[in-house]
Write a protein that binds this ligand. Sequence first.
Ligand SMILES: [Zn+2]
Ligand SMILES: [Zn+2]
Length: 447
Amino acid sequence: MKKTGIVFFPAFDWSLGETHPEREERLLYTQEQIFEEGVMDLPQIKQYSPAVANIQDVLRTQAVFPSPKHHELDAHLIAVGCSLVLGKALMAQEISNGFVLVRPPGHHSATVVWGNRGFCTLNNEAILANYLRTYYGVKKIAIIDTDVHHGDGTQDIFYYDPNVLCISIHQDGRTLYPGTGFCEEKGGPNSWGNIVNIPLSPGTGDEGFIYALEKWALPAVEEFKPDIIINSAGQDNHFTDPLASMNVTAKGYGKITEMIRPDLAVLEGGYSIQGALPYVNLAILLALAGEDYSGVREPQKINRRVLGGEKVRSYIDDLYKYFQQIKPNWRYAQGQNKHLPAGKWVSVEKEIFYDTEMFREQRHDLIRECQHCGGTVFIRTRNQATMEKAMLVKIPFEACPACEQAGYDLVEHYKKSAQTLLLQNQLRNQVLFWENGKEVNLFASEN
Ligand SMILES: [Zn+2]
Ligand SMILES: [Zn+2]
């Protein structure tokens, strides 16, 4: 029998504050609802226990600066660990799909972590994806983000990665945090087209969301041919959500899940704790388990206008046409860095805002353009609040010899002078860290 795995981690002792929307009781009502509906008694449901991820699994994917010991990561490491638990169960074929019901969420947490952004410190899905690539040789992964907010952290982590397709369907960034996720954001020089953003108008409901999936997102997945599909299952598109303005129903979420057919769904946002989360989670879980979700009804009815019909369809059609004709426009590094190894390097500068602690990060990314692999990435970052600086060198999975060497050359050149330098050698499954010119073993206490 096909099993659906489930793991709960409500993190009852962790929150950003008593009145914060991302608070302790977020999963309480869900747990009750799922037990009450007898879902846990279904023969195909298999429950797993939470586990803790180790720092190496994090640092393979994210650069936590100035160093992991400067952050309170306990709850985040368990949320990540739960994702890995179901990832392993999937790989061992104990389950055919699974739902990671955890908090804190992760999809706003990006390549570099100086602090918490949009309630997220570590990116559960990204760490999971790279874990599966490292230990199980999974080649291609699609991550479909159905949270109402743009999955900007996940997008950032895989922006230069040709083997991960990131699709985010969200409320238009002109009307909602984090203010990104536009069609023009389509990926880096070796991964152009692997980032797909579908910004929907506020008011869009089940019909529009499902139309966008059918006409745009799912054909992109089909073309990409992923080995695994991960769904960042945010639930704040629900019409009762206090943070956003979309009109998706619990039953709509069931349909969305049925259409995406994720191997693993990982909970993201969703702040209507009593009015939506228990019902949306139930519908998702039933859809994953192949059960009928059509009877799942939230207690409240939609009492506002839903953007639907021809209006929403033609809006999405026009946006899709626009998306298809967007062309890249790279800026190359020229003379600004004489220590860059041979090759053509694309230069991208950006600023990232950390809304939880209200500071900015200044980032300069350099990507080695390559016909043969994802290309080595060199990132220089500065925390604008503390003025701390750090560097990240990323040698990608399946790096070609020239890109691998370019990564080592960068490390050789900067390891003595950098305040902090992290090498993510995804090719060799190696993470190395230097502080003030000295190599530091971050994993000494781990087994
Ligand atoms: Zn959200
Ligand atoms: Zn290469």
